[in-house]
Design a protein around this ligand. Sequence first.
Ligand code: SF4
Ligand code: SF4
Length: 97
Amino acid sequence: MMPSQETIFPDPDVTCADCAACCCRLDVTLLTETGVPDRFIEVDEFGAQYMVHLPDGWCAALDRGTMKCTIYENRPLVCREFVMGDYECLFERAANP
Ligand code: SF4
Ligand code: SF4
């Protein structure tokens, strides 16, 4: 679904229940300490920390069976600030039909 010019954000008709966790395919930089387990964190040569992604493209912390976050209470700030139904959400849903 591509947002139209008339779309009001966040779109109240959008729900994660019918989405294949599209936003969990995005690169997630760890900007604050939220308690993400070390096994889900990779560190680049500059010391920046990111969520590990598996070869299927999704974040390593995503439950492939339920398509829900297994570390929801400790999810990174970037994930907390991603708004369901907002422009970026609709963009990712359209890009991953
Ligand atoms: S926030 Fe948007 S892109 Fe992410 S799972 Fe929910 S509906 Fe899908
Ligand atoms: S930490 Fe959770 S919410 Fe964030 S990308 Fe990974 S699975 Fe999705």
